[in-house]
Design a protein around this ligand. Structure first.
Ligand SMILES: [Zn+2]
Length: 165
């Protein structure tokens, strides 16, 4: 894991490997401290945003050209996932939306995340937020999944519709 601590974030002592919960994990060498880096995945909320007859995909700052994904982001503390996904929609595209349904929950091992993906219907005028390089509209009939991360949610979304748009 790239975000692994080298020193204990609680007391500053060196971390060593120790078995906790059945496998070796970085843990504080100070018995009195007890810190263990569990490395639990971080939940991310994502939205398949329907806007009129189109789905809106976004491109984050610094992303490779032509790479577009779903509106997505981390939850705030104590935030309900449904509220978080609508907040991300406001922040990224300046749109109000309603959650239609949960599409699915997808582990994304590469980034140690769990993606919670919703189908969201949005309305209003798009205003691209600070975090984004841009966005694009894709007619529902032209939407194609990509084979990683939020693309798995797009595949399930399309399968559930049985190709009917
Ligand atoms: Zn410690």
């Amino acid at each position: 894991m790239s975000d692994a601590f080298r020193f204990c974030p609680r007391c500053g002592a060196a971390l060593t490997q120790a078995v906790h919960g059945g496998r070796p994990r970085p843990a504080c060498a100070q018995a009195s401290c007890g810190f263990v880096q569990w490395g639990n995945p971080t939940p991310v909320v994502a939205a398949i945003v329907e806007h009129g007859d189109d789905v809106l995909l976004v491109r984050g700052k610094g992303w490779p050209e032509k790479l577009y994904g779903l509106v997505s982001g981390f939850l705030e503390a104590a935030e309900k996932p449904e509220d978080g996904v609508l907040r991300e929609l406001r922040e990224e595209l300046g749109l109000e939306g309603t959650v239609v349904r949960l599409v699915g929950v997808y582990p994304f091992e590469l980034r140690n995340e769990v993606i919670v993906a919703y189908h969201v219907r949005a309305s209003g005028e798009v205003t691209v937020g600070d975090e984004l390089e841009g966005y694009k509209r894709v007619p529902r009939s032209k939407l194609r999944p990509w084979p990683f991360g939020t693309g798995l949610a797009v595949a399930d979304f399309l399968a559930a519709r049985g190709g009917v748009t």
